[in-house]
Design a protein around this ligand. Structure first.
Ligand code: FAD
Length: 495
């Protein structure tokens, strides 16, 4: 049998099923683990197929940070003195979702986020419960709670009362995602999920009326036909590693040099499309060049090749980075004075390219048209001295005139600086995980969760750390519950 993920296999062409299960989950990252776990707890027999030699995916590479709050606040939020109303979480997530935020998913997640936190804890996900103030990407320690988005920055702060919502698994330093996946894997195996590693899904199988009834998987050196009586859950991750798909759907991301993930070849999206699924927001992606900490840099100003500011610098590093990618040319500069000078972390690959005793000197050294960059600084300084930023509304605590020489420009170059990215567009799903077809109707037997879908995070300029894993874990659970419940009676009756 020669299979192609873009072409579904007709059930009628399968002479004999090699394996039968109620639910087949494809992919063993956070989304697949949560889907498999809840499906098994929902009473289904569950088989999980993972192409690699073990669980993980991008989820295990991650910081293990999850965006949580609402209902008054999680214990970590409350212990640190924050209250977090569901309405504020919802308002923030709606803004973060951009012009086409998914109100149904956002509303459900905002209402259930605290319960989801409690569920994670019940699975054994450890949280120390401590708050780390300031502009950080992730705690360097094993602490829990950080501001992980643009909550305190304009325009978000005007619509939603700020609260820190990034909850990081208790793990010393960056990279707790492995522990998160290990914890979920342990629960899934305890629940009876039958895990097949080195088993790569190749295509979906559908019957004559369009119902997805199984898949073809390459395992033990051959292609096997798997019947999934209640349905298939796609949890294969996004498509940042598939350059051709990025070229076709998210060409702006080609300006970023570093896709991050593991397989992330979009195969789940192709399989979904093979049975008529529709995709949304395929052009959207998260990117970051980690330019803070040190947080003193937030008091600097970014200018583009025209010498113009383009954002309030107190936004989340990813929102600033995403906006950098949209600027003309390939370079932007962060302007700093002696009082706030510091170097970004080495990972960012940001160089100091000009130093001068006046801003005119810096402007000339960078080759700007006279009176462009220097005028932007002079205008910013005049406002900052009065504690205001009428152009971009940077919060007063980050405002300081850049008036202490020497002055310097830190150069962000899309050709050489580290701009990591992953994709946010994918299959359109209901909050239940059901995958929608071109008419907006659920495709019977097909579910999806995580970055193979377009979920809560769907707008690069609104992404905040923790939103992807929030979406993967929570809506992975929803998909698992739904598929387990689907046709349970008919599936059993058909035995
Ligand atoms: C370095 C890094 C740090 C990050 N930090 C955070 C963070 O702290 N918080 C946050 O919210 N997000 C973070 N992210 C993003 C987040 O980790 C991912 O978006 C998320 O984990 C995706 O989860 P997933 O379950 O959809 O996919 P994955 O975790 O990638 O899992 C997909 C799985 O499917 C498997 N697979 C693929 N194709 C097939 C196939 N054909 N057959 C069988 N199996 C297949 C893959 O091998 C993989 O195991 C980070 C990402 C990176 C790379």
């Amino acid at each position: 049998m020669t299979t192609d993920p873009s072409r579904a296999v007709a059930a009628g062409s399968i002479a004999q099923w090699d394996h039968e299960t109620d639910v087949a989950v494809i992919g063993f990252g956070a989304a697949g683990a949560c889907a498999a776990l809840e499906a098994a707890r929902g009473g289904a027999t569950v088989t999980l197929y993972e192409a690699s030699s073990g669980s993980g995916g991008a989820s295990a590479m991650s910081g293990g940070e999850i965006y949580l709050g609402g209902s008054g606040g999680t214990p970590a939020q409350r212990d640190a003195g924050f209250t977090d109303a569901t309405e504020d979480l919802e308002a923030y997530l709606m803004m973060a979702g951009g012009p086409d935020a998914d109100a149904a998913k956002v509303g459900l997640y905002a209402r259930e986020s605290l319960a989801h936190y409690e569920w994670l804890v019940a699975q054994g996900v450890p949280y120390k419960g401590t708050y780390v103030p300031g502009k950080v990407i992730e705690p360097e320690t094993d602490d829990t709670l950080i501001y992980s988005g643009s909550e305190e920055a304009w325009p978000f702060s005007e619509k939603a009362k700020p609260a820190p919502r990034g909850h990081v698994i208790q793990y010393m330093g960056w990279g707790g995602g492995r522990l998160l996946v290990d914890t979920l894997e342990a629960r899934a195996r305890e629940a009876g999920v039958d895990v097949h590693i080195d088993a790569r899904a190749r295509a979906l199988v559908r019957d004559e009326d369009g119902t997805v009834v199984g898949l073809i998987v390459r395992e033990d050196g051959r292609e096997k036909a798997v019947r999934a009586r209640r349905g298939v859950v796609l949890a294969t991750g996004g498509f940042c590693m598939n350059r051709e798909m990025v070229r076709l759907h998210a060409p702006t991301a080609l300006r970023c040099d570093s896709p991050i993930g593991t397989i992330d070849d979009g195969v789940g999206i192709l399989m979904g499309q093979s049975v008529g699924a529709r995709t949304i927001h395929m052009d959207q992606f998260f990117t970051t060049c980690p330019w803070y900490p040190p947080e003193s840099l937030v008091k600097g100003i970014f200018v583009n090749a025209a010498g113009q500011r383009f954002i309030n610098e107190d936004c989340y590093h990813g929102r600033v980075s995403r906006t950098i990618v949209d600027q003309p040319g390939k370079k932007v500069w962060l302007l700093v004075d002696n009082a706030i000078f510091a170097r970004p972390m080495e990972l960012a690959r940001v160089d100091l390219t000009a130093v001068g005793e006046t801003w005119e000197e810096v402007e000339a050294e960078l080759g700007f048209v006279p009176g462009t960059l220097a005028t932007s600084v002079a205008q910013y300084n005049a406002h900052a001295a009065g504690g205001v930023d009428p152009m971009w509304h940077k919060a007063p605590k980050w405002l300081k005139p850049l008036d202490e020489p020497p002055f310097a420009a830190l150069e962000f170059d899309l050709d050489s600086s580290y701009f990591s990215f992953f994709t946010l567009g994918g299959l359109e799903t209901l909050p239940t995980g059901e995958v929608l077809d071109m008419r907006g109707e659920a495709i019977p037997g097909l579910y999806a969760a995580g970055r193979v879908t377009c979920g809560l995070p769907r707008w690069g300029a609104g992404y905040s750390s923790g939103m992807s894993l929030a979406d993967c874990t929570f809506f992975g659970r929803m998909a698992g519950k739904s598929v387990a419940a689907r046709g349970a009676d008919t599936a059993l009756a058909a035995e």
